[in-house]
Design a binder for this molecule. Structure first.
Ligand SMILES: NC(=O)c1ccc[n+]([C@@H]2O[C@H](COP(=O)([O-])OP(=O)(O)OC[C@H]3O[C@@H](n4cnc5c(N)ncnc54)[C@H](OP(=O)(O)O)[C@@H]3O)[C@@H](O)[C@H]2O)c1
Length: 328
């Protein structure tokens, strides 16, 4: 194996031009780490913030990318759960490169039926949605769930997860063409929030009752509409703020016992203890037998990373934008 690789590096924060395609040393796996030859890597909204310098705690320099799928190239001391050559996927910083180090705890075997591109579409979106719905909201069969920005990588995963949990689902998007795939995926109510009032649509569809759980990701721009959609004892789970971070709300939310919950899979103590084990136990078998399908929106070569960043801002994708490092 050659001792160098190529990867996208950021040395200073800024626009897409600060991302540099550079030669880097191939990292050595330490205890509990696995070196993976990356075949495909997912693109996330958060990476546009990391590159711009508005993602809290992001040090410089760094290799871009937060998730990927590939084959195990080398095992660090003490790693027993994986073998060299095995097909794997998971969350790791630095995946927009030929090789990346994973912590063993964040790596999973890639089911045979999935391509590397499909595997790279799972980690951040599906694990965030799983954490929000199961670990934080503790959804129950028969509950009503409102999924904001259903076309996003997290939102598009939340829809099949909520349906598999036996929930009624309402979804939102800013355009009709993004609602069509959500309807095809079984959404019970699809709302274009540019043309329609979310809360009115939800009240009409639920006989005035409102929803039990809402996944908030746009933040400032639509928060009040989500609050107005909540039923008695409803839980709002905030996981993103694509439309602005500052919200205000009236404390009358107490009259319906509304709970406003927030989360980050990077810092939640329940993520490693509940979400990852639950996902391995219940979601992985569903991917393995086809009940869950990764949602691939677009596939670009890794060389076109700047284009992928632009596509996040254009907001036309449904599901995950994937960067292909090696052919599947
Ligand atoms: N808490 C966590 O642990 C965690 C984990 C992963 C992601 N996140 C966060 O979750 C959010 C969504 O991530 P994602 O990867 O799913 O993003 P994504 O695939 O880019 O989707 C974002 C969605 O947000 C909507 N949106 C509204 N205003 C937007 C704006 N100004 N710019 C871009 N999109 C906008 C878009 O839908 P419409 O056009 O239909 O409105 C778009 O489909 C981000 O804030 C991300 O940082 C949090």
């Amino acid at each position: 194996m050659s001792e160098t690789m190529q990867g996208w590096v950021v040395h200073e924060f800024g626009g897409p031009e600060v991302m540099q395609w550079e030669s880097l040393p191939i990292p050595e796996p330490g205890p509990g780490q696995v070196l993976v030859a990356v075949h495909a890597s997912g693109m996330n909204f958060a990476e546009t913030r990391m590159r711009a310098g508005s993602y809290s705690g992001q040090p410089l320099p760094f290799v871009m990318g937060m998730e990927g799928a590939g084959t195990v190239a080398a095992l660090g001391p003490g790693v027993e759960g994986f073998a060299v050559g095995q097909r794997v996927f998971g969350r790791a910083r630095g995946c927009h490169a030929d090789y990346v180090l994973f912590d063993e705890a964040h790596l999973m075997p890639l089911p045979d039926r999935l391509s590397f591109v499909e595997g790279a579409a799972i980690p951040v979106g599906w694990l965030t949605a799983w954490h929000a719905l199961h670990t934080v909201a503790r959804v129950q069969p028969g509950q009503r769930v409102l999924i904001e920005a259903v076309a996003g990588s997290v939102g598009s995963a939340a829809l099949p997860i909520a349906r598999a949990a036996g929930c009624w689902t309402a979804v939102t998007a800013s355009s009709d063409h993004k609602l069509e795939p959500a309807r095809a995926a079984g959404a019970d109510l699809a709302i274009n929030y540019r043309d329609q009032r979310i809360s009115q649509c939800v009240r009409d569809a639920t006989g005035g009752a409102g929803v039990d759980v809402a996944l908030m990701t746009i933040g400032e721009a639509t928060a009040q509409e989500l609050f107005d959609s909540m039923g008695m004892d409803g839980k709002v789970v905030m996981f993103g703020s694509t439309g602005g971070k500052d919200i205000t709300f009236n404390l009358a939310i107490g009259m319906v016992n509304m709970q406003l919950l927030s989360m980050s899979i990077s810092t939640s103590p329940q993520y490693p203890t509940e979400t990852l084990p639950g996902f391995r136990r219940e979601a992985l078998p569903r991917f393995a037998d086809g009940r869950f399908r990764p949602i691939v929106g677009e596939v670009l070569p890794l060389a076109e990373l700047a284009r992928a960043h632009a596509m996040i801002g254009e907001r036309r994708h449904y599901g995950k934008i994937i960067l292909q490092v090696k052919p599947d």
